[in-house]
Design a protein around this ligand. Structure first.
Ligand code: DAH
Length: 315
């Protein structure tokens, strides 16, 4: 019997043998019933056999259960040599990517980076830029006003003023930042980015401006023949003022920036003598440059920060 128990390998077989031994009609049950007919020694021997058998069953049951558990674990074994799920790698947003490229190009031309606050006072956003209170050009931009009279910067031109106030004449700078206006459609968002450039020194001319713009567009868009169209325009802070169009790959003219010679009043407002110094300034749409470069269609998606859209656009 003891060997029989040890050779059983399944719980079902063990259960069957147990029932056949200790069940209602089991062999041991029958023998125990007849115990009263035995002498003392035989009784004691039967009792011992009874106890030992029960323990053997229990021990074998534990052994079989452990074996079943081990077999299961063996099958579920973790295979650490399998490739993990690919991690979702982050990339630079097109705005950031273009920021880096634009900065690198302008710095290589000798323009130093400057910044200014998104919340501006009236002086830096308008008045110092030759746009006093009564000036009709204030209506050119739909401004968000704050209760204390400050504004959400409508143009990065404010950074020119902050810079010239610090540096005085002989300055070559650029600033990149967010600007805000009350407008919203497929090509306008209430928050958008601008790039401002300024070069003030002695004997600066319009052809210096056009030379730098041409070189910039050549590098940024990686095009060899930069074809430009210069149109007269109006900005209160430049005189003369121009707008520059770029001939795009499909032959269409794209309005790409405003620029001009810094108005003498602007220089004066920053403590610079306009009889001694002149300069040029220019302003690009940052979002627009990035959308053109990476061939992206809708301005609103662009700032939406939906990772699925960024991925579908190749980022
Ligand atoms: N500040 C102008 C705008 O928001 C852009 C601009 C035009 C900037 C001419 C300039 C400039 O520096 O010279 O539309």
């Amino acid at each position: 019997m003891q060997d029989q128990i040890k050779n059983i390998n399944t719980l079902e077989e063990l259960q069957a043998l147990y029932t056949a031994t200790f069940g209602k009609n089991g062999t041991m049950t029958a023998r125990l019933k007849e115990m009263k007919n035995l002498d003392n020694d035989a009784r004691a021997a039967l009792n011992r056999e009874n106890v030992i058998l029960r323990e053997l069953f229990k021990a074998r049951q534990t052994e079989i259960e452990n074996a079943v558990l081990m077999a299961g674990l063996q099958q579920q074994k973790l295979d650490v040599s399998l490739n993990a799920m690919p991690a979702n790698r982050g990339t630079l947003h097109p705005m950031t990517q273009s920021l880096i490229e634009i900065s690198e190009i302008l710095e290589s031309f000798g323009y130093a980076p400057y910044t200014g606050p998104d919340i501006e006072d009236d002086w830096h956003n308008f008045t110092a830029l030759n746009t006093p209170d009564y000036h009709p050009a204030r209506d050119m931009q739909d401004t968000f006003f704050l209760e204390n009279g400050n504004v959400m910067r409508t143009q990065t031109s404010a950074i020119q003023i902050r810079t010239m106030e610090k540096t005085g004449a002989s300055v070559k700078m650029f600033g990149i930042g967010a600007t805000y206006r009350k407008e919203m459609d497929a090509t306008h968002a209430p928050m958008f980015g601008q790039i401002e450039g300024l070069y003030v020194n002695k004997n600066i001319t319009m052809s210096d401006l056009i030379g730098d713009i041409r070189a910039f567009l050549k590098r940024f868009f990686e095009i060899d023949d930069v074809e430009l169209r210069i149109r007269p325009s109006y900005f209160p802070f430049t005189d003369p003022s121009i707008e520059i169009d770029l001939k795009w790959k499909n032959g269409r003219w794209l309005e790409i920036m405003g620029a001009g010679m810094v108005h003498p009043n602007v220089l004066r407002n920053c403590g610079i003598n306009p009889d001694e110094y002149q300069g040029f300034a220019f302003g690009f749409g940052w979002d627009r440059l990035a959308m053109l470069k990476y061939d992206l269609p809708d301005l609103r998606d662009f700032r939406g920060n939906d990772v699925r859209w960024l991925k579908s656009a190749g980022f």
